[in-house]
Design a protein around this ligand. Structure first.
Ligand SMILES: C[S@@+](CC[C@H](N)C(=O)[O-])C[C@H]1O[C@@H](n2cnc3c(N)ncnc32)[C@H](O)[C@@H]1O
Length: 141
Protein backbone atom coordinates (compact mmCIF):
# COMPACT_ATOMS: atom_id res chain seq x y z
CA UNK A 1 0.00 0.00 0.00
CA UNK A 2 1.26 3.49 -0.89
CA UNK A 3 1.61 5.70 2.20
CA UNK A 4 -0.35 8.96 2.06
CA UNK A 5 1.66 11.96 0.91
CA UNK A 6 1.70 14.55 3.64
CA UNK A 7 2.99 18.08 3.60
CA UNK A 8 2.94 21.01 5.93
CA UNK A 9 1.00 23.86 4.25
CA UNK A 10 2.58 26.44 6.55
CA UNK A 11 6.08 25.29 5.62
CA UNK A 12 5.16 25.34 1.91
CA UNK A 13 3.72 28.85 2.22
CA UNK A 14 6.84 30.01 4.01
CA UNK A 15 9.10 28.61 1.25
CA UNK A 16 7.02 30.18 -1.53
CA UNK A 17 7.08 33.54 0.25
CA UNK A 18 10.85 33.31 0.76
CA UNK A 19 11.32 32.74 -2.98
CA UNK A 20 9.11 35.68 -3.94
CA UNK A 21 10.81 37.85 -1.30
CA UNK A 22 14.04 37.25 -3.25
CA UNK A 23 12.29 38.04 -6.53
CA UNK A 24 11.41 41.47 -5.08
CA UNK A 25 14.70 42.19 -3.33
CA UNK A 26 17.27 40.45 -5.50
CA UNK A 27 15.85 40.14 -9.02
CA UNK A 28 19.28 39.45 -10.54
CA UNK A 29 19.83 36.42 -8.30
CA UNK A 30 19.47 32.80 -9.39
CA UNK A 31 15.97 31.46 -9.93
CA UNK A 32 14.50 28.42 -11.64
CA UNK A 33 12.56 30.78 -13.93
CA UNK A 34 13.50 33.73 -16.12
CA UNK A 35 12.56 37.28 -15.22
CA UNK A 36 12.88 40.76 -16.65
CA UNK A 37 12.31 42.81 -19.76
CA UNK A 38 13.72 40.49 -22.42
CA UNK A 39 11.34 37.76 -21.33
CA UNK A 40 8.42 40.19 -21.09
CA UNK A 41 9.02 41.29 -24.69
CA UNK A 42 9.26 37.68 -25.85
CA UNK A 43 5.90 36.98 -24.17
CA UNK A 44 4.29 39.83 -26.12
CA UNK A 45 4.43 42.93 -23.92
CA UNK A 46 4.76 46.05 -26.09
CA UNK A 47 8.08 47.88 -25.60
CA UNK A 48 6.15 51.18 -25.65
CA UNK A 49 4.11 50.02 -22.60
CA UNK A 50 7.22 48.76 -20.80
CA UNK A 51 8.89 52.14 -21.35
CA UNK A 52 6.08 53.80 -19.36
CA UNK A 53 6.24 51.73 -16.15
CA UNK A 54 8.88 51.47 -13.38
CA UNK A 55 11.92 49.51 -14.59
CA UNK A 56 12.32 47.89 -11.15
CA UNK A 57 8.88 46.27 -11.54
CA UNK A 58 10.01 44.84 -14.89
CA UNK A 59 13.22 43.48 -13.34
CA UNK A 60 11.11 41.55 -10.81
CA UNK A 61 8.52 40.46 -13.40
CA UNK A 62 7.99 36.73 -12.89
CA UNK A 63 4.96 36.21 -15.13
CA UNK A 64 4.38 33.33 -17.48
CA UNK A 65 2.35 34.81 -20.32
CA UNK A 66 0.78 37.86 -21.93
CA UNK A 67 -2.96 38.02 -21.24
CA UNK A 68 -3.88 41.62 -21.96
CA UNK A 69 -5.19 40.75 -25.43
CA UNK A 70 -7.68 38.40 -23.73
CA UNK A 71 -8.67 40.94 -21.08
CA UNK A 72 -9.08 43.72 -23.69
CA UNK A 73 -9.19 46.37 -20.94
CA UNK A 74 -11.06 49.59 -21.61
CA UNK A 75 -10.62 53.04 -20.12
CA UNK A 76 -12.53 53.46 -16.86
CA UNK A 77 -12.65 49.75 -15.97
CA UNK A 78 -11.70 48.25 -12.59
CA UNK A 79 -9.05 45.50 -12.56
CA UNK A 80 -8.17 43.02 -9.81
CA UNK A 81 -4.64 41.61 -10.28
CA UNK A 82 -4.30 38.49 -8.12
CA UNK A 83 -0.67 37.59 -7.36
CA UNK A 84 0.50 41.02 -8.47
CA UNK A 85 4.15 40.56 -7.45
CA UNK A 86 6.21 43.73 -7.79
CA UNK A 87 3.43 45.14 -9.91
CA UNK A 88 4.39 44.90 -13.56
CA UNK A 89 0.96 43.74 -14.73
CA UNK A 90 -0.70 46.09 -12.27
CA UNK A 91 1.14 49.07 -13.80
CA UNK A 92 0.37 47.97 -17.37
CA UNK A 93 -3.30 47.58 -16.42
CA UNK A 94 -3.23 51.08 -14.92
CA UNK A 95 -2.02 52.46 -18.27
CA UNK A 96 -4.87 50.71 -20.07
CA UNK A 97 -7.75 51.72 -17.77
CA UNK A 98 -6.47 55.29 -17.42
CA UNK A 99 -7.13 57.87 -14.72
CA UNK A 100 -10.89 57.11 -14.67
CA UNK A 101 -10.25 53.42 -13.94
CA UNK A 102 -8.95 51.57 -10.93
CA UNK A 103 -6.46 48.73 -10.42
CA UNK A 104 -6.12 46.65 -7.26
CA UNK A 105 -3.05 44.47 -6.84
CA UNK A 106 -3.16 41.62 -4.34
CA UNK A 107 -0.10 39.73 -3.17
CA UNK A 108 0.71 37.63 -0.11
CA UNK A 109 4.44 38.46 -0.03
CA UNK A 110 5.00 41.66 1.95
CA UNK A 111 8.22 42.57 0.11
CA UNK A 112 6.54 42.28 -3.30
CA UNK A 113 3.61 44.42 -2.25
CA UNK A 114 5.80 46.98 -0.50
CA UNK A 115 8.01 47.32 -3.56
CA UNK A 116 5.01 47.80 -5.87
CA UNK A 117 3.56 50.42 -3.52
CA UNK A 118 6.87 52.31 -3.34
CA UNK A 119 7.18 52.36 -7.16
CA UNK A 120 3.52 53.36 -7.51
CA UNK A 121 4.03 56.37 -5.22
CA UNK A 122 7.42 57.32 -6.67
CA UNK A 123 6.30 57.29 -10.30
CA UNK A 124 2.93 59.00 -9.96
CA UNK A 125 0.64 56.00 -10.49
CA UNK A 126 -1.08 56.53 -7.15
CA UNK A 127 -4.15 58.26 -8.53
CA UNK A 128 -5.70 55.10 -9.90
CA UNK A 129 -3.89 52.26 -8.18
CA UNK A 130 -4.47 50.56 -4.88
CA UNK A 131 -2.58 47.70 -3.32
CA UNK A 132 -4.48 45.54 -0.87
CA UNK A 133 -4.02 42.25 0.89
CA UNK A 134 -7.34 40.51 0.53
CA UNK A 135 -5.91 37.36 2.05
CA UNK A 136 -2.52 36.71 3.48
CA UNK A 137 -2.18 32.96 3.26
CA UNK A 138 -2.74 30.43 0.54
CA UNK A 139 -5.93 28.43 1.11
CA UNK A 140 -5.08 25.13 2.76
CA UNK A 141 -8.18 23.21 1.72
C1 LIG B 1 4.37 34.34 -10.79
S1 LIG B 1 4.33 35.68 -9.63
C2 LIG B 1 3.29 36.86 -10.38
C3 LIG B 1 3.97 37.84 -11.22
C4 LIG B 1 3.30 39.16 -11.40
N1 LIG B 1 2.03 39.09 -12.07
C5 LIG B 1 4.25 40.10 -12.12
O1 LIG B 1 3.77 40.96 -12.87
O2 LIG B 1 5.47 39.97 -11.92
C6 LIG B 1 3.19 35.06 -8.43
C7 LIG B 1 2.87 36.01 -7.27
O3 LIG B 1 1.70 35.53 -6.61
C8 LIG B 1 1.84 35.68 -5.21
N2 LIG B 1 0.97 34.66 -4.62
C9 LIG B 1 1.07 33.31 -4.72
N3 LIG B 1 0.06 32.70 -4.04
C10 LIG B 1 -0.71 33.69 -3.49
C11 LIG B 1 -1.88 33.71 -2.67
N4 LIG B 1 -2.48 32.59 -2.27
N5 LIG B 1 -2.38 34.91 -2.31
C12 LIG B 1 -1.78 36.06 -2.69
N6 LIG B 1 -0.66 36.11 -3.47
C13 LIG B 1 -0.14 34.95 -3.87
C14 LIG B 1 3.33 35.51 -4.94
O4 LIG B 1 3.74 36.20 -3.76
C15 LIG B 1 3.97 36.09 -6.22
O5 LIG B 1 4.37 37.44 -6.05
Amino acid sequence: MVPPVTFDPKELESKVKAMYRSVAENPHGEFHFEMGRAMAERLGYAPADLDRIPKEAIESFAGVGYYFHLADLKEGETVLDLGSGSGMDTFIAALKVGPGGKVIGVDMTDEQRTKAERLRDRDGFKAWMEEHVLWSTAPTR
